[in-house]
Design a protein around this ligand. Structure first.
Ligand code: PEP
Ligand code: MG
Length: 539
């Protein structure tokens, strides 16, 4: 069994025979033409034909996967009409008497290099689009076609796939695809995501190691391709595929439906994420928003402190990705089980009770300030909410607010835009916070119950210890009493309360949570639709 690694762009698992696709290379050999005017005419006609094809592909994309995908072809049509692009080709024909194919090819190379050199990852990915439209024009000039024809269900393997070739493919025969090149931001990757096609890109040179008909399993979530998988791997991945198909069915049945019980009670269902890329997974599972962005993963993934700019880009990505939905960004929750060597934290006998989360932020305000600046700057790009972890007292909230206000004043003075009234909430994850939630509610805009830590601290049960299974009682009445108290106090003070710990997804408790008036449940993306189904089945 050979395992190839690339970047997954869609989480699905696909299994089947591989078909290797090697498009015919377009002939773009430069030569001098004797009649530049006739060559200009050939170019104009080829461009017109390409526009007609793009309009038809846009219609196909609209029918197959909606407006967002179809919009890619509007972008392609606009690119093909770009005056700079057109003028560059025409100049090469007029001034250098170059044949139209070579003039388009050289223009494509020039514009693709310009896009590739840009800082913004989205713009870099447009480099592939300019090459795609140019290939289409060249194909129109030479009468070639660039779409692979599929006769049976296959996993397609290619060096790269253009967005237009991807749309033109017969989806009933496309199980998934892998490409040696490409990036997760390319339009081809966006297409795969929108159409729900399992795909892995940027695998690197691998076509020479494959042969047509060989069995492959592609695991989009892991970005892995198993070539001739052994029985155990096959069994494991096919079970995963079945689970996914069940999820897809739920999605088809429940997407866009409200989280409402028969008697009309509603609850928001949001997603918990740890990395910016997971916002797309949350959206694909129809999350109403992000109820917990565990920002510490930005720190855990690094060898040194992430810069303000790095963090800003990450928060901005989530906020823009969630397209105006709420995003609760939890401030740094380092410490205890989440250790980061470069923080140089002292060894502690009881790290879960030690210097962690808000305690680090308040004792090392320079770290906290950098994060707050980044979050506030990103707040100009969506609906951000701030949430403080591990709160045990009003004083901690006040101290954090003081630092927040200082950062807001700095940004205002520097005329850096940010959302002025960012809601500030706290996690209820210590018994202390639940017990004084009446007081705390007067100082914040929302609560979110972290049942993972609340269980740990209420039941004196180390969440890291694997030997405590028989003592782990997630439905312990003490825990439910604390949640009920926090809910009552939140509502008495006119603020909302959610649950973002694992218990939020426990179907045995959904009814009880709704009766307590819990306003929001934030769960792993894959748990959203099963939970929606559970809510919709309640009386
Ligand atoms: C919790 O404690 O319930 C929670 C959501 O936070 P984390 O699991 O990240 O500690
Ligand atoms: Mg916690």
């Amino acid at each position: 069994m050979l395992i190839l690694q690339g970047k997954g762009v869609w989480d699905g698992v696909a299994a089947g025979p591989v078909k290797i696709y090697r498009p015919r290379a377009a002939v773009t050999v430069p030569h001098t033409v004797t009649d530049p005017a006739a060559e200009q005419k050939r170019f104009t006609e080829a461009r017109r034909q390409a526009q007609t094809e793009l309009a038809a592909l846009g219609k196909k994309a609209l029918a197959e996967s909606g407006e967002k995908t179809a919009a890619l072809f509007d972008v392609h049509q606009l690119m093909l009409d770009d005056p700079d692009y057109v003028e560059n080709v025409k100049n090469l024909i007029a001034q250098e008497h170059l044949n139209a194919e070579a003039a388009v090819d050289q223009t494509a190379a020039k514009f693709a290099a310009l896009f590739a050199a840009m800082d913004d990852a989205y713009m870099q990915a447009r480099s592939a689009d300019v090459q795609d439209i140019s290939r289409r024009v060249i194909a129109c000039l030479s009468g070639a076609t660039d779409a692979p024809a599929l006769t049976e269900p296959v996993l397609l393997a290619a060096h790269d796939l253009t967005p237009s070739a991807t749309v033109a493919l017969d989806k009933s025969k496309l199980l998934g695809f892998l490409t040696e090149a490409g990036s997760p931001n390319s339009h081809t990757a966006i297409l795969a995501r929108t159409m729900g096609i399992p795909a892995v890109v940027a695998v690197g040179a691998c076509l020479d190691q494959l042969r047509d008909g060989q069995q492959l399993i592609l695991d989009g979530a892991a970005g892995k391709i198993y070539v001739d998988p052994d029985a155990a791997t096959r069994q494991k991945l096919l079970a995963k595929q079945q689970q996914e198909q069940k999820q897809q069915k739920l999605l088809a049945d429940l997407k866009g439906k409200p989280n409402v019980t028969h008697s009309g009670r509603t609850v928001k269902i949001y997603a918990n994420i740890g990395r910016p890329e997971e916002a797309a997974v949350a959206l694909a599972n129809d999350a109403g928003g992000i109820g917990l962005f565990r920002s510490e993963f930005l720190y855990l993934d690094k060898e040194t402190f992430p810069t303000e700019e790095e963090q800003f880009q990450a928060y901005k990505k989530v906020l823009t990705g969630m397209q105006g939905r709420e995003v609760v960004i939890r401030t740094l929750d380092i410490g205890a089980d989440k250790q980061c060597a470069y923080f140089n934290l002292e060894h502690e006998a009881n790290p879960a009770l030690g210097l962690r989360a808000i305690r680090i932020c308040l004792t090392r305000p320079e770290i906290f300030k950098t994060q707050l600046r980044a979050i506030l700057r990103a707040s100009a790009f969506g609906k951000a909410l701030l949430m403080l972890p591990m709160i045990t007292s009003v004083e901690e909230v006040e101290a954090a607010k003081k630092i927040l206000h200082a950062v807001q004043a700095e940004l205002s003075a520097a005329q850096i835009p940010f959302a002025k009234n960012i809601p500030l909430g706290i996690m209820i994850e210590t018994p202390a916070a639940a017990l004084i939630s009446d007081e705390l509610a007067r100082h914040v805009d929302f609560f979110s119950v972290g049942t993972n830590d609340l269980t740990q601290y209420t039941l004196a049960l180390d969440r890291q210890n694997p030997h405590l299974g028989q003592f782990f009682k997630p439905h312990h009445p003490a825990l439910l009493k604390l949640i009920a108290l926090a809910a009552k106090n939140a509502h008495a003070a006119g603020i909302w309360i959610g649950i973002c710990g694992e218990l939020g997804a426990d179907p045995a408790l959904t009814q009880q949570f709704l009766e307590l008036g819990i306003d929001e449940l934030s769960v792993a993306p894959a748990a959203i639709l099963p939970l929606r189904q559970q809510v919709r089945n309640l009386a």
